[in-house]
Design a protein around this ligand. Structure first.
Ligand code: MSP
Length: 517
């Protein structure tokens, strides 16, 4: 059977800053989805990378006394090392200074110019130097003429530049939005875009002349291509969409999800679709704009110096393990329309309640009892009713459906919750049926075996569903319980009865109790 292709992307990160929890978050979200979809048998392409051009990089490099390329090489390496730290399974890592990207960007721009989507014109507007972004008069006023990111004043700037005829796509975009209610999610973000779209679109400059660190504009090397246009195109160039000799990855087009932070929504929700319309390329299925992590109740900023940075991330991983951090990001993170607080106490509480006391405890109790009462071999379920045989297959089947559906829909917390409900039910089932008491009388051996089979089988299923979020410990559980590797058909793997009687079940201790400082 031909596998259904899926394509998920993160923003490509600026190389003038150090990686922090925000970057790790978006990339982890995409990793979880990519792993889960692969587990369901889909042919997934997961892309991340670095955005390396623009005046900010040129400036930072100047300040450091290195060339922009050196700065880019250094920080791109740092971003890659974060990938390793997080055990991320990206299929590609694109850098915008790579030849494959630059050549294709030039080609795409040439096509736009040939069909008169680009013209040379004069522009005056309010410019945010830090963000390299112009604002309309209305927006600038709303922002009190200050950058919403750095707080620095917006500057009045005039430039002769090449323009993209964004205004041409006003109606087409409105129609597209009307026909595709799920194009931008969450809904609050979609409404913001629609509101701004209604104000009317102006053509946008897509080149710069005040610095040189960028891709030269084809046919006029006085200009370099504006970093945002160059950057957006990474999603296409990484698949070789403008490289006829290298198009084996074009089957992944268009993206299932472009996952981004809310601050870069306009580029992805308006400029990018308009560029794709002009280039006659199919539109992504969804641009998903999540909200922000704040840190201990405060916005993370350079002035406060309160970034959850690489060192802090390493410390969390060191004490509680990578899976704990991934679980926290996924279940407590700002995937919805509101910001989320990265706090030590919340981290500790989530870890202890869900992972130590629930998942870890259930798996260790079950495997310890199988060790003690069944000599470590998975008992058979003979069907004798001990606290409900019938409801388990039905209950787990509906949780599996709910979990996979939520995952496909990028509702990661919902997917986890559906799996955790299985684990919590096992916990309650052990308490209700008390196999440790029954086991005192040898006459109950069959009942005890039946109960423990149901516990182990339910945990096996929940673990398969949780594996995309917590690959390390769920893989460890597979090994200790001799469950084999993932089959590539998660739904089938999660059918009740997959665990065979007689399987050697080793005792596991998955999530040790720890106290953070
Ligand atoms: N280079 C552009 C993106 C170009 S995409 C074609 C850029 N880079 S960035 O380095 O600033 O990364 C921004 C992204 O990092 C956000 O959109 C978001 O995915 C992630 N985050 C940065 N800070 C964040 C938080 N505080 N919380 C959550 N994610 C955040 O913009």
């Amino acid at each position: 059977m031909k596998q259904q292709a899926a394509y998920i992307t993160t923003p490509i990160y600026y190389v003038n800053d150090k990686p922090h929890i925000g970057h790790a978050y978006t990339t982890t979200i995409c990793d979880v989805w990519a792993r889960a979809m692969r587990a369901c048998g889909r042919d997934v392409h997961f892309l991340t990378g670095t955005d390396e051009h623009g005046s900010k990089v040129e400036k930072s490099a100047g300040e450091r006394g290195v060339s922009p390329q050196e700065l880019a090489d250094e920080n791109a390496a740092e971003f890659r090392s974060v990938m390793q730290l997080f055990n991320l399974t990206n299929d590609d890592f694109i850098r915008t200074t790579e030849q494959r990207h630059e050549t294709q960007v030039a080609k795409l721009i040439e096509k736009l110019a040939e069909q008169d989507d680009i013209y040379l014109g004069e522009f005056e507007g309010w410019y945010d130097e830090g963000q390299e972004e112009y604002h309309t008069e209305t927006k600038a006023k709303e922002l009190e003429y200050k950058s919403p990111i750095s707080g620095k004043p917006l500057v009045r700037a005039t430039e002769t530049n090449y323009y993209f005829r964004l205004s041409r796509y006003q109606e087409k975009l409105e129609k597209f939005y009307a026909e595709n209610p799920e194009f931008v999610r969450p809904e609050a973000r979609r409404n913001e875009v629609l509101g701004r779209l209604r104000e009317g679109l102006q053509d946008v400059p897509i080149t710069r002349t005040n610095f040189t660190w960028g891709i030269p504009f084809p046919g006029d090397d006085q200009h370099v291509i504006y970093v945002w246009i160059d950057a957006l195109m990474n999603y296409a160039t990484a698949l070789g969409m403008a490289d006829p000799d290298n198009s084996d990855k074009s089957r992944y087009w268009p993206a299932t999800y472009h996952v981004i932070g809310k601050e870069i929504l306009w580029f992805h929700a308006v400029i990018w679709p308009a560029l794709l319309m002009a280039l006659e390329l199919p539109q992504p299925r969804c641009v998903y704009a999540h909200s922000f992590w704040i840190s201990e109740g405060k916005k993370m900023s350079k002035s406060l110096g309160n970034f959850v940075d690489l060192a802090a991330i390493q410390e969390y991983i060191g004490t509680s393990g990578l899976d704990a951090l991934r679980y926290f990001l996924v279940t407590q993170g700002p995937l919805g329309a509101t910001d989320a607080d990265f706090s030590r106490s919340q981290f500790q509480e989530t870890y202890t309640t869900d992972l130590v006391n629930t998942v870890g405890n259930c798996a260790s109790r079950t495997s310890a009892m199988i060790g003690k009462y069944c000599s470590g071999a998975c008992p058979a379920d003979t069907g004798e009713c001990a606290g409900g045989r019938i409801e388990w297959p039905e209950f787990t089947a509906s949780q599996v459906d709910a979990s996979i559906a939520a995952m496909e829909n990028l509702d990661l917390a919902g997917a986890v919750e559906a799996a955790m409900a299985i684990v919590r039910k096992v916990d309650a089932f052990i308490n209700d049926t008390a196999p440790f008491k029954l086991a005192k009388d040898p006459a109950n051996a069959e009942s005890v075996g039946n109960i423990l089979y149901r516990c182990a089988e339910a945990i096996r299923i929940a673990a398969a569903l949780l594996e995309a979020v917590m690959p390390e410990q769920m893989t460890a559980l597979r090994a200790a319980w001799n469950l084999g590797g993932p089959s590539g058909d998660l739904r089938k793997e999660c059918e009740w009865g997959g665990l065979e009687a007689g399987t050697a079940i080793e005792k596991v201790a998955l999530f040790p109790r720890v106290e953070l400082d």
